[in-house]
Design a protein around this ligand. Structure first.
Ligand code: F6R
Length: 606
């Protein structure tokens, strides 16, 4: 993760760096820092601190900074705790640098270059700075290449050398860096968000190439020292910075946006009630020629994949596996040229998902991705991309991006079923008409959010919570449980209801909160029995179910009636209720809902 920005040009750099870091803060927010080159003395000064970019702003306010060249960093700690010393930039000898990634062989390097006693931090990054310094003999291109040859791991480095003032260098492996020439200087950043306000054209720095940025020009070199022409692309999408619009937190705002996002998504991806991905260039061939599908994703996106799996299996009758992207490569996956691999990612930058996709492609699979952020690394790596168009998601906990992934999977499963002859034209259209009822059902839940707030109050003090469901409801609960734990810090676990008696029931004691979702008619009687099992062991059950199911289950539970849509699409509706539950628990506990501890919005380390 970590956000990186760099600028050299005619403009004052302080605000460019601080504003850019604020835009990149979703990548990590435990420390922040800048290094700036004084216009007159050409000396480099570093200002950094543990805390948010706002804290760094306060540090910089006290300084007289007259500089037009500098680099900045917002950190998500990997090596070394969160403190001022471990914040970037790091300096060693003539080198000042910032880093995103992990240097795996940092211990060996520290020994090889006799760094004991010479370091000021506990980071792998400072060791890398020492290695760059060791190999720097006045030729930055040769020095960087020789140093990189020694490093193992993933990295995006942005480097300044003391005797090359106002020139910035960068090199990367896996972790992204984009760069651009603007009318008044040159810039780079971890992603386009931070440079979109200055230019409409940018390029992704290729892996194992060296970028050199002066105030007027930028040059790209391969590792043989040969100059390479950058491949510029247009930013053809809006980089709107979202406002809270009166909501106390982005998470609540983003939950509330879902009816509109899902309605627009369905409208944009259907023609005359038939799912249609032609505008995005997804050929039907991709959907009917594959023999099997493998979905790779992490976290909430993986949970969306689980629902996609159920729908594709039941509607299109295609064998589908869902793999945690972080485990994928190491699990000897069976991938052939008949496999369609679907990568799901809000950010489009998650390294595990990107690497899994690359691996599957190398085995011959066709690659389709479901992405929210346009122009992101995974989108660039895919043969076809379906954009979820959910708009910027600022809160770390995914809400509208997750439900928009679900909606894409609903339409994709239907299109697949249709082109593979498993659903007739009429059947497919009927499904789509039913799917169109989802936004109104979501609105209904939002209209009753105070009831969910009341339920949240009832579980505020819980230490452990169990979330149970069967079939699609189990997949929904995996997401509900993740949402709750990440923003409320309450330990919660999702279990397939039928599995309780195989172990976890031992943990159910008097007043353990158990949250159950029951939306699937065909599983109703079994689900109700499982709910009674926990109830009879003293659990406090909260039941989210359709009105009819609530009647069947009996009224003795704390409950919330979910509006009725077709069973296959109830996941979209239930998700909103569970998101609100997590949100209220977190906000009522007084937490920073949008920036949960230890997390970041974009996960670019393996
Ligand atoms: C949880 C959450 C994460 C992400 C995961 C993948 O609320 O947001 O679990 O879903 O880190 O991120 P993307 O979708 O950007 O690949």
């Amino acid at each position: 993760m970590c956000g990186i920005i760099g600028y050299t040009g005619k403009k004052k750099v302080k605000d460019i760096l601080l504003n850019g870091l604020e835009l990149l803060e979703y990548r990590g927010y435990d420390s922040a820092g800048v290094a700036v080159v004084d216009e007159k003395t050409k000396e480099t000064s570093v200002y950094k601190c543990a805390g948010r970019v706002a804290d760094l702003r306060a540090v910089c306010k006290k300084q007289e900074i007259e500089a037009t060249c500098g680099i900045g960093h917002t950190r998500w700690a990997t090596h070394g705790g969160v403190n001022d010393d471990n914040a970037h930039p790091h300096c060693f000898g003539k080198v000042t640098l910032v880093h995103n990634g992990i240097i795996e062989n940092y211990r060996e390097l520290a020994v090889e270059y006799a760094l004991e006693g010479k370091l000021h931090s506990d980071t792998d990054t400072e060791i890398a700075a020492a290695v760059f310094d060791h190999f720097y003999e006045g030729d930055p291109i040769a020095g960087i290449k020789n140093a990189v040859d020694k490093l193992k791991g993933t990295f995006a480095f942005v480097i300044m050398f003391a005797d090359r003032p106002e020139t910035i260098y960068s090199v990367r492996n896996v972790s992204p860096i984009v760069a651009a020439k603007t009318p008044e200087g040159t810039m780079l950043a971890s992603d386009v968000t931070a440079i979109g306000g200055y230019t409409k054209q940018y390029f992704a720095v290729p892996e194992y190439h060296i970028l050199e940025m002066t105030k007027e020009e930028l040059h790209l070199f391969d590792f043989d020292g040969k100059e390479v022409k950058p491949s510029y692309v247009e930013i053809d999408f809006a980089l709107n910075v979202s406002e809270k619009e009166g909501f106390p937190f982005y998470m609540e705002k983003e939950i509330a946006e879902q009816p509109g996002v899902i309605a627009d998504l369905i409208a944009g991806k259907t023609k005359e009630d038939l799912p249609d991905f032609t505008e995005e260039g997804v050929a039907d061939q991709l959907l009917y020629e594959c023999e099997n599908v493998t979905i790779v994703a992490c976290g909430s996106a993986m949970h969306a994949g689980l629902l996609g799996q159920s729908l594709m299996k039941s509607l299109a009758k295609v064998p589908v596996t869902v793999e945690l992207a972080s485990e994928f490569m190491y699990s000897d996956p069976v991938i052939t040229n008949q496999t369609l691999v679907i990568a799901v990612s809000q950010s489009g930058e998650t390294i595990d998902t990107l690497e899994a996709l690359k691996y599957a492609k190398a085995q011959g699979a066709k690659a389709l991705s479901i992405i929210n952020v346009r122009g992101s690394s995974i989108a660039r790596e895919s043969e076809a991309v379906i954009y979820t168009n959910a708009g910027p998601e600022i809160a770390v906990a995914s809400t509208k991006a997750y439900t928009s992934q679900l909606a894409v999977f609903c339409l994709l499963a239907l299109r697949m079923a249709y082109v593979r002859g498993k659903l007739s034209l009429d059947e497919t259209k009927n499904y789509v008409r039913e799917l169109k009822k989802v936004p109104d059902a979501m609105k209904e839940i939002l209209g009753e959010k105070e009831k969910i707030h009341h339920i949240a109050d009832g579980i505020l003090e819980a230490k452990d919570i169990f979330m149970i469901g069967r079939g699609l409801d189990y997949a929904i609960m995996m997401e509900g449980s993740l949402k709750l734990k990440e923003v409320s810090y309450i330990h919660s676990e999702a279990y397939a209801s039928g599995e309780l008696k195989h172990g976890p029931l031992a943990l159910i004691t008097s007043h353990t909160p158990v949250i159950a979702v029951a939306t699937q008619e065909k599983l109703l009687s079994k689900e109700v029995s499982n709910i009674r099992e926990v109830k009879s062991r003293g659990a406090d059950v909260v039941l989210f179910a359709k009105e009819r199911i609530l009647k069947e289950a009996g009224r003795e539970y704390m409950s919330f009636a979910l509006p009725d849509v077709k069973d296959e699409f109830m996941c979209l509706v239930a998700a909103v209720a569970l998101q609100l539950l997590a949100y209220y628990v977190s906000s009522d506990k007084g937490f920073d809902v949008d920036k949960p501890r230890n997390l970041a919005k974009v996960v670019t380390v393996e």
